[in-house]
Design a protein around this ligand. Structure first.
Ligand code: CA2
Length: 148
């Protein structure tokens, strides 16, 4: 059966490529979606790529994913540093979650050094910009293949 990966993007990531290119680069979220589609085709993965500015919607999507997806790649945006609700949602499902960030959160403001997602994710990629997304697909595929 085809491996199914849910790629979730949190608040303000819809603005990528329009502001703060020195931090987040020039690539738009649409461009990133396309690169994930290309990599998924190469790897034989099915992906669903989503973005929400709403914490509860992200929680709903994570809960629902337990029956429909084999793995989740999550860039929770600023909720990374605040959301016990998203951490608990990930903790409530068996589906493995890979945390992803464009920027190196550990080189930035102190409040970004804490991640609630890291407490429940199996791994984390950060600081590689848009290139982190296709790498995350390769990493989660390797993790799921190893568990088969
Ligand atoms: O580096 C990342 O991927 C982040 O998850 C991005 C979040 C930030 O709060 C995290 O600490 C690290 C912010 C995404 C906002 O993206 C924007 C893009 C363009 C203009 C404004 C915001």
């Amino acid at each position: 059966m085809t491996t199914r990966i849910l790629i979730l993007n949190g608040p303000n990531l819809n603005l990528l490529g329009t502001r703060q290119p020195e931090v987040y680069g020039h690539t738009s979220l649409t461009d990133i979606h396309q690169s994930c589609t290309d990599t998924a085709a190469e790897l034989g993965l099915m992906i669903d790529f989503r973005q929400s500015n709403h914490e509860g919607e992200l929680v709903d999507w994570i809960q629902d994913a337990r029956h429909s997806f084999d793995g989740i790649i999550l860039n929770a945006g600023a909720y990374t540093h605040t959301s016990v609700a998203i951490m608990d949602a990930i903790g409530s499902i068996d589906t493995p979650v890979l945390e992803l960030h464009l920027s190196n959160i550990h080189q930035r403001e102190t409040f970004r050094h804490t991640s609630y997602i890291s407490k429940v994710a199996f791994g984390m990629i950060c600081g590689l910009g848009a290139a982190g997304y296709p790498l995350a697909l390769r990493a989660i595929k390797a993790r799921l293949d190893a568990a088969k």
